[in-house]
Design a protein around this ligand. Structure first.
Ligand code: SF4
Ligand code: SF4
Ligand code: SF4
Length: 345
């Protein structure tokens, strides 16, 4: 239900604050569980902060994730089955991790499943779970690039027909709370990005936050507007045309294949864990894993991006001149002012 905040003029999603909510997290897309594992590195907030109720004013959260939950087997599965039956225990946020395969592109077998049907004894495909759960979900999150846009498994020529959640459900799809699919790409998703967005949605559920702002690729705008380049520790080297072709050097690595100038990702500023790390900051080229065109449009990974041939050449003339002038100024600034060196008369 939509409500209007007369104080701020913003649109709030609920008029009645929610007090309890489940997070049903399916890791059974085609993936590696890397996004779930990444959650254990989140610090702002941590997963413990949310499930132990240390953050005020948000609903009480029960997290059901096959890797992170204490529950296993049928004890875990029953919570998904209950929701899939059309009578969920509580409102829930559905999190999908991994690519969604096309189960109709073959005559037998299946690509991905989660649990077995107690009546037929047959595997329940991941696609069936999504078809049953998504229409009832208060919100749906795609965790990682595989779930958001297909990722590695949707590489051209793969036999699975893999796709991301918006391609599967539709880019205009909305949840029961009228929230579009929220895509959190990254391979894996940056841990604090995911937890911050989950916290944002929990504040929406509590009636304390306006509709989440998303870009055209359904990514939260405040996290995915800046480029890697704009938050990179090596930006100063780029500006001075200090490009290296050696691994392990501290200068800009665009000539080694870094796509940072055009890729929307904040890991350089946010870090992977407790603010530490971030691909180019620590010497890894950006291969564009947060982008819908990943991986096909970024391959071969180790080649210099074609567009950067022009831009790094253009920066070259300006950068080298500016660097020389700066060294000149620097040499002057490294000397004490002459009036401090008065010789005893
Ligand atoms: Fe694994 Fe990356 Fe896919 Fe996440 S996006 S499931 S980390 S391959
Ligand atoms: Fe930009 Fe990549 Fe160079 Fe960093 S390493 S300054 S992101 S091109
Ligand atoms: Fe992916 Fe590039 Fe961000 Fe690293 S810097 S997480 S490769 S988009």
């Amino acid at each position: 239900m939509l409500a209007h905040d007369s104080l701020t003029g913003l649109q709030l999603v609920v008029s009645q604050p929610m007090v309890e909510i489940d997070v049903l997290w399916i890791t059974a897309g085609l993936g590696c569980d890397g996004d779930t594992i990444a959650m254990t590195a989140a610090t702002h907030p941590s997963i413990e902060d949310i499930v132990l109720g240390t953050i005020p004013w948000i609903p009480k959260v029960r997290l059901y994730n096959p890797v992170l939950s204490y529950l296993v087997g049928d004890d875990l599965l029953q919570h998904f089955a209950q929701a899939a039956s059309g009578k969920p225990e509580r409102p829930f946020i559905l999190v999908i991790e991994g690519s969604i395969p096309n189960e109709r592109n073959k005559s037998e077998g299946y690509w991905a499943s989660f649990g077995t049907d107690p009546v037929s004894g047959q595997p329940i495909t991941t696609v069936e779970w999504i078809e049953r759960l998504a229409p009832q979900a208060w919100a749906v999150l795609a965790a990682g690039t595989c779930a958001a846009y297909g990722g590695i498994h949707a590489l051209e020529g793969n036999p699975t027909g893999s796709m991301g959640l918006p391609d599967f459900l539709g880019w205009d799809w909305k949840s029961t709370a009228n929230i579009p699919i929220v895509c959190l790409p990254g391979c894996p998703v940056v841990p604090d990005n995911f937890m911050e967005v989950l916290l944002y949605l929990l504040n929406m559920a509590a009636g304390r936050a306006p509709m989440i702002p998303l870009d055209d690729a359904l990514r939260p705008r405040w996290l995915f507007t800046p480029t890697v380049h704009e938050g990179c520790d090596r930006g100063g080297y780029y500006e001075q045309a200090d490009f290296t072709e050696n691994y392990g050097a501290s200068e800009c690595i665009v000539k080694l294949g870094c796509w940072g100038p055009v890729v929307q990702c904040n890991v350089g500023k946010r870090g992977w864990m407790a603010g530490i790390g971030g691909c180019p900051n620590v010497g890894g080229i950006c291969i564009g894993c947060t982008m819908p065109g990943f991986p096909d449009k970024f391959m071969p990974f180790m080649n210099q991006p074609p567009g950067s041939l022009l831009s790094s050449h253009a920066v070259g003339t300006y950068g080298k001149t500016i660097k020389a002038l700066r060294r000149f100024t620097q040499a002057s600034l490294n000397k004490e002012p002459s009036w401090r060196r008065k010789q005893p008369s």
